[in-house]
Design a protein around this ligand. Structure first.
Ligand SMILES: [Zn+2]
Length: 134
């Protein structure tokens, strides 16, 4: 009594052509709707704005602006405790999506940042720092 077309709730797999930190490949992937051109970060099967069922995966450049910065003193897990205090950022990427990530201490709202990658608690994570000029 199962319906094959509805059995998979997972979004499209990230292909080898794209790099994403969740696959231990330094990079950030987002989704774009082919109908309304809206972009977002967390992968979905449908566009959250117009309902189009065929969003595509895109590679981000890793450049953005700090939307908010929070210094975390009490780590939520034992593995993260060794890194506290650390900074959690909300980043408005230049491609138009917003994501949460670790970043350098002292970044301020509105500052331009670029993503690097660090291994934190045994996992590769995006780590934003002030954008390098020149
Ligand atoms: Zn759409």
């Amino acid at each position: 009594m199962r319906c094959e077309t509805m059995s998979s709730q997972n979004p499209e797999a990230i292909s080898d052509a794209l790099a994403d930190w969740s696959l231990d490949r330094p990079g950030i992937v987002f989704q774009e709707c082919g109908s309304c051109r809206q972009r977002w970060y967390f992968q979905r099967r449908f566009c959250p704005h117009c309902g189009d069922g065929n969003p595509s995966l895109r590679q981000a450049r890793g450049i953005g602006v700090v939307y908010s910065a929070t210094e975390v003193h009490r780590a939520p897990t034992e593995a993260l405790r060794a890194y506290a205090p650390y900074t959690i950022l909300l980043i408005d990427a230049e491609e138009g999506f917003r994501m949460m990530a670790h970043g350098a201490a002292g970044l301020v709202i509105g500052e331009r940042v670029q993503a690097g990658y660090r291994t934190v608690a045994g996992k590769l994570l995006p780590f934003y720092e002030s954008e390098q000029h020149g």
